[in-house]
Write a protein that binds this ligand. Structure first.
Ligand code: AMP
Length: 193
């Protein structure tokens, strides 16, 4: 049965960094919706042009577009044994669509790792990343907007996954190494199963 692990947290919580490490450890591809959108932007696809209007403002790309893109990605052969999802789902309709999609692949969400980080730390980290990222959405105004969008549209997924007994809380304030250690410890029972 394929395994699907979600990395969940606000912008700047460290999802990408940890997904990259876990992906190498488990041999599962990292599927990051933000990276997929940026690839479309770079390749100047129609989807990229559409996504840019939302990304530049720190808003979410509409669900139907995002879900379609993730569906296509998860159908790729390298995701046959599962994936580490980073930045998807970000809304309740996306989470519902993911359930349906994974059922089609004979799988389900196995765990949701919630990297919990204070708002002050998020803003500090995002400001630090802005120096080197070259991302158009790395400005203080867009950072504040993205955190606001997270709280309004994405945070409801915390209770969504709590109710399904899938949420694992991780202290995301610690060092990269310490967070990785916590994530690996949390995933151990699942990966033995
Ligand atoms: P990220 O790289 O995850 O920080 O995402 C960058 C931007 O891509 C976000 O601010 C959104 O505009 C868009 N985005 C990424 N993932 C999603 C998603 N699951 N749903 C809607 N928009 C998304």
């Amino acid at each position: 049965m394929p395994k699907y692990i979600l990395l969940f947290g606000a912008p700047g919580a460290g999802k990408g960094t940890q997904a990259d490490i876990l992906s190498q450890t488990f041999g599962l591809p990292q599927v990051a919706s933000g990276d997929l959108f940026r690839l479309h932007l770079k390749n100047q696809t129609e989807l990229g042009q559409l996504a840019r209007q939302y990304m530049d403002k720190g808003e979410l790309v509409p669900d139907d577009v995002t879900i379609g893109m993730i569906r296509a990605r998860l159908q790729q052969p390298d995701a046959a044994h599962g994936a580490l999802l980073d930045g998807f789902p970000r809304t309740v309709p996306q989470a519902e669509a993911l359930e349906t999609l994974l059922a089609e692949f004979g799988g389900r969400v196995d765990a949701v790792l919630h990297l919990r980080v204070s708002e002050a730390t998020l803003l500090t980290r995002l400001a630090g990343r802005a120096v080197t990222s070259g991302r158009a959405d790395d400005t203080p105004e867009v950072h504040a907007k993205r955190i606001q969008v997270f709280l309004a549209q994405t945070a409801p997924l915390i209770s969504y996954y709590q109710q399904r007994n899938l949420l694992i809380d991780i202290d995301g304030e610690a060092s990269v190494e310490a967070v990785t250690t916590s994530l690996l410890a949390a995933l151990e029972p699942l990966l033995k199963a």
